[in-house]
Design a protein around this ligand. Structure first.
Ligand code: CAO
Length: 332
């Protein structure tokens, strides 16, 4: 796992990256005369420092930590290398400090622990990885019919086969054909993994977690269905062990049960790609002589452009869509 940049406590929380229309309001830094003197001695511009004291007052420690962050950043690797150091010195203007209560009633809720951890990870990954998303559609008309039939057959055993289990199987086949998607950057090398541990994003009352299915290449669809539903249930109860969320080589995030037509998933570092899945829908598809009603599944593949070229991503997504359209290919 890549460490969170040293001056993370001074970085804006990820959730705040969504604009709130208040960017123009900037207040003067709030600090005691001794902190101002300390900052002057070190040549620190206090408007760049985030205060951790009451009412965001800047403390000696905030100045010290800010300097440490800048020093750590100076020792960070050159562009193109895998991120291992800080990420604070982006040369951005300070985060807007706004007294929201002066505009209307507000309620302040501390972020849950899982959300704080995932926010820091998502923020780092979004800022440090050059993301591009490739969108594709898969014709899953036949696959959905097979899924419904399997569920009818396995009803008594209590196994529910979900689209996610088929997606894991198909992704493993695509990852085996395109190994650079099952890899991580390590300095100036690419580590290609010869194991296929697939993570899937699970929405829980405490926030987003990513349980990992180990050795997904050695498991059949029914076993994958059983394991994903057991891990998802454990995730919702907050009972996942750390080891059940580690070692992933590729992640799938499915919003298909909720809705939407496409989205831009954030890569789960140190992985280099992630597949977002939206809700399937019946669409008229031209077969060369007439429109046919087909069930189409939207696939959004985000990839690290330092490692993967746009053409490779398009090939991966097209291949994945072919596997889902004719699932016999996934077991070849
Ligand atoms: N298109 C249409 N329907 C779909 C679908 C899709 N792509 N995927 C699932 N569905 C249907 C299922 O068939 C199921 O229908 P029935 O209840 O009629 O059988 C229903 O939607 C609910 O499915 P589900 O989402 O509970 O099950 P799943 O196996 O597809 O997903 C899990 C499991 C853990 C991925 C899911 O519960 C979850 O947490 N999803 C959210 C992930 C998330 O938050 N991602 C965002 C991360 S980035 O912020």
């Amino acid at each position: 796992m890549v460490p969170v940049p040293a001056p993370a406590r001074h970085a804006p929380p990820a959730a705040s990256l969504m604009g709130n229309g208040t960017d123009a309001v900037v207040v003067k830094p709030h600090a005691s005369p001794s902190v101002r003197r300390f900052a002057r001695e070190l040549g620190v511009d206090l408007s760049l420092v985030r205060g951790s004291g009451p009412k965001q007052r800047i403390l000696h420690d905030d100045v010290r930590n800010w300097v440490k962050g800048v020093v750590a950043q100076a020792g960070a690797p050159a562009a193109g290398a895998a991120p291992t150091g800080g990420g604070a010195a982006l040369g951005l203007i300070p985060w807007p400090q706004v007294d929201f209560a002066s505009f209307g009633p507000v309620e302040t809720k501390p972020l849950a622990r899982i959300r704080r951890i995932s926010a820091a990870n998502l923020h780092r990954n979004w800022v440090m990885i050059p993301h591009v998303t490739n969108h594709e559609e898969a014709d899953i008309t036949e696959l959905e019919a097979l899924r419904v039939q399997l569920n009818r057959e396995n009803e008594k055993q209590g196994i529910k086969v979900t689209m996610l289990a088929f997606l894991i199987k198909a992704c493993v086949a695509a990852l085996q054909k395109f190994p650079e998607f099952n890899a991580s950057l390590d300095g100036e090398s690419l580590v290609l993994k010869r194991y296929w541990h697939i993570g899937f994003a699970a929405d829980t009352p405490n926030g987003l977690v990513v349980p990992v299915i180990r050795d997904a290449d050695r498991k059949g669809v029914l076993e994958l269905a059983r394991e994903t539903s057991a891990l998802a249930a454990k995730a919702r109860e907050g009972k996942l062990a750390p080891s059940e969320m580690q070692g992933g080589t590729f992640t799938i995030t499915s919003l298909g049960g909720i809705g939407g037509t496409s989205f831009t998933p954030i890569i789960n570092a140190p992985e280099v790609a992630i597949l977002g899945v939206s809700r399937s829908a019946m669409r008229p598809v031209w077969d060369g002589s007439a429109f046919q009603p087909r069930l189409m599944l939207p696939l959004s593949l985000s990839y690290d452009h330092r490692v993967i070229d746009g053409a490779a991503a398009a090939r991966f997504n097209v291949y994945l869509s072919q596997l889902l359209a004719d699932f016999r290919r996934a077991v070849l």
